[in-house]
Design a protein around this ligand. Sequence first.
Ligand SMILES: CC(C)=CCC/C(C)=C/CC/C(C)=C/CC/C(C)=C/CC/C(C)=C/CC/C(C)=C/CC/C(C)=C/COP(=O)(O)OP(=O)(O)O
Length: 360
Amino acid sequence: MSEFEQGRSLSPRGPIALMSRFYKYVLPEVRNCLHLWRKDAEGIPDPELRKQALASLETKQFHCEGGGVYAAGNLPMRHILIPLIVAYQTISDYLDNLCDRSTSLDPEDFRLLHQSMLDAITPGAEPVNYYALRSEQNDGGYLHRLVLTCQNMISRLPGYMSAASEIHDLAELYTDLQVYKHIRPELREAALKEWWEENRSRAPQLYWNEFAAATGSTLGVFMLFLASCDSRLTKPDVSLIRSGYFPHLCCLHIMLDYLIDQEEDRTGGDLNFCNYYDNTDIMLNRIASIVEWARKDVRNIPETPLHRMVIEGLLALYLSDPKVSEQREVRSVSRRLMKRSPLTRLFFLVNSRWIRKHLY
Ligand SMILES: CC(C)=CCC/C(C)=C/CC/C(C)=C/CC/C(C)=C/CC/C(C)=C/CC/C(C)=C/CC/C(C)=C/COP(=O)(O)OP(=O)(O)O
């Protein structure tokens, strides 16, 4: 009987164990997957699709590397989790680029593109022409291969059927966000607020911009992939895990992502969910509250130490980004958020800096 079947935890208990798994297994294996997708993307016939696919792999590599942390939660299953997380995150990053750089502002086009993410997590779903509503269409099968890779990996997760509907729900929220976030700029805020009105009972403590941020994180889905490695996973387990991640931990993740892009987005006139507070102090207090809510939520799910480390890791990873020191206001928010940081966070901070300096 395996360690897993005996019910013993496979999850790292502390930051040193987590980082050693990250360096030894996760980082090299994620990079290997990314290398294979890069080779694949180089063969995309349409020059614009090729450019966006390669750009997403180039500039958003850390999304897959960070997401790969979930494979450290079950090393024996990493041969499934890593290709799955990399393929799913790569679809999301590629489509985000296509929507951002799109000449069309057509919500139906964005929805059809993102149907690929829903198909990726639906075993047996038949891929369609996701580019049917735009002019660039010939990716040589790149997006289909990403979708089929996810489906193939998911079919090897023994507990997946218990998690499927919650994963679908999170992916659908992500899809809605990507549609509303990319339509005509003057319609975006109203569309996002209307959507929040319909969904606000899911996140009663969050404002509309924070709810929208929460839906933009892929971490709830990754955590449910990890949980699906357990053949004994039940639907009540899945609900518990989902509410440990969504909305607060997911919200924290994307608010940090937007925080560090604040000035860039302000200059470019891009929507940024951190720009909807009356002043910096209010934003800081909201983020600090979200950290506390996320900490409280993960206390209710098994393997709490791993999720606590994810919270500390997110703060460390994002707030150590070189973009922080280039923005006066963000630097000050970051300093205040990092005040009285626990040792675990400082340890992840040193590691994040080290990785950026030596492994990039
Ligand atoms: C450098 C490195 C990888 C270090 C990590 C090492 C480390 C310290 C590990 C241990 C600590 C730990 C547990 C860390 C947490 C890691 C983690 C879980 C990271 C998350 C990575 C991830 C999945 C990122 C994805 C982010 C995401 C989904 C972004 C898209 C969301 C979104 C809506 C973005 C905004 O889009 P847009 O406005 O269009 O802007 P851009 O196009 O510019 O993005």
